[in-house]
Design a protein around this ligand. Structure first.
Ligand code: NAP
Length: 308
């Protein structure tokens, strides 16, 4: 594979950033990778592991002279980092981000950036419940979607290079509008995470009643909820605070459906329950046919990397 950018700066050396770095290295896509993280412990790990070619003393220093700057910090920190790097960006550089929410990030980042820099927001649709510079691996984006959200009139050359980078890191790229992105992600990711957090919270409350049987006998359904509910608290706090409207809209619809199912159970409406579950089963089949999951009864766990 050929090099796409000469100098890449990665700010926030967590799961997504370290996976990008491993994926860029796997395919030789960057000349030099400079990293920076606000956490001294994460900087220490990155130094010990040789994660980046260089580590910088600040976000601004990392961005200096970079052809591509990738903001990989929690959504709530994006604006502050953009402000820090703004005066240090090279003319003609591309700035991107990987935040799970897009409208709030665009509003927080874009006003800080100089006009001779191209900002192309992004969102790789891949992750695990692990965090930090040691959580990443080169294959994270293989066969997964990466959404890019170029503003109107975006420089086609800059967009083409970023598309090429994500494609070479294993992802399939699609373009989307930020508001549409936030609604889609509220349905497929944000609301499901909130429901998982709630279900595990309820089970934890009940633990006192059921005397830890919840943990002892935890079977697939609940166990899968606990995996999702183990996701990074900072990241998910920021997702909900920054995708408020779309998440509340979906949770409103969810509550209505829940009440309908609750009523069917109360009134013994087996036909309603059966029809509903038949419809949802077809959705699962569609996801497998689209190659977005495996039909293995263990959800592909046996084929996942350790720690994934
Ligand atoms: P992560 O593993 O927690 O990494 C984020 C890193 O950024 C942490 O080391 C954090 O340090 C550091 N950081 C926080 N504020 C900073 C600042 N102001 N300047 C420099 N570094 C800072 O998180 P992640 O899972 O990689 O997520 C990063 C971004 O990717 C988020 O915006 C998230 O929404 C998005 N994303 C995540 C997933 C996923 O499944 N995890 C998937 C797609 C996109 P501390 O830990 O000390 O705060």
């Amino acid at each position: 594979m050929t090099q796409i950018y000469d100098r890449v700066a990665v700010i926030g050396l967590g799961l997504i950033a370290s996976s990008m770095i491993h994926a860029m290295r796997r395919a030789g896509l960057a000349g030099t990778i400079t990293g920076y993280d606000a956490s001294p412990a994460h900087m220490q790990m990155a130094a010990e592991d040789g994660l980046c070619d260089q580590l910088a003393g600040s976000a601004a220093e990392a961005a200096e002279g970079a052809d591509l700057v990738a903001l990989c910090v929690p959504v709530g920190a994006m604006g502050q980092v953009a402000e820090e790097i703004a005066g240090h960006l090279k003319a003609g550089a591309t700035v991107t981000d990987v935040g799970s929410v897009k409208r709030a990030v665009v509003d927080a980042v874009a006003p800080h950036l100089p006009p001779d820099v191209t900002f192309i927001p992004g969102h790789p649709m891949a992750g695990t419940e692990f965090s930090g510079p040691r959580a990443g691996f080169a294959e994270l984006f293989d066969g997964r979607w990466c959404l890019l959200l170029p503003p109107e009139g975006c420089d086609p050359g800059a967009l083409g290079k970023l598309r090429a980078l994500w494609t070479a890191m294993g992802a399939t790229v699609e373009e989307m509008d930020p508001d549409h992105h936030d609604l889609v992600c509220a349905v497929i990711s944000h609301a499901p995470h909130l429901i998982a957090y709630t279900m595990v919270g309820v089970a934890d409350d009940l633990r006192r009643v059921t005397d830890s049987e919840v943990i002892k006998f935890s079977a697939a359904g609940f166990r899968d909820f606990t995996r999702i509910a183990a996701s990074d608290p900072t990241m998910w706090r920021d997702v909900f605070l920054n995708n408020k409207d779309a998440t509340l809209e979906i949770l409103g619809r969810f509550t209505e459906e829940l009440f309908a199912l609750q009523r069917a159970i109360r009134t013994g409406d087996g036909d309603m329950l059966h029809d509903y579950f038949t419809r949802t089963r077809a959705i699962r089949k569609g996801i497998i046919e689209a190659g977005q999951d495996t039909a293995a009864p263990d959800f592909g766990r046996s084929t996942r990397r350790p720690g994934e």
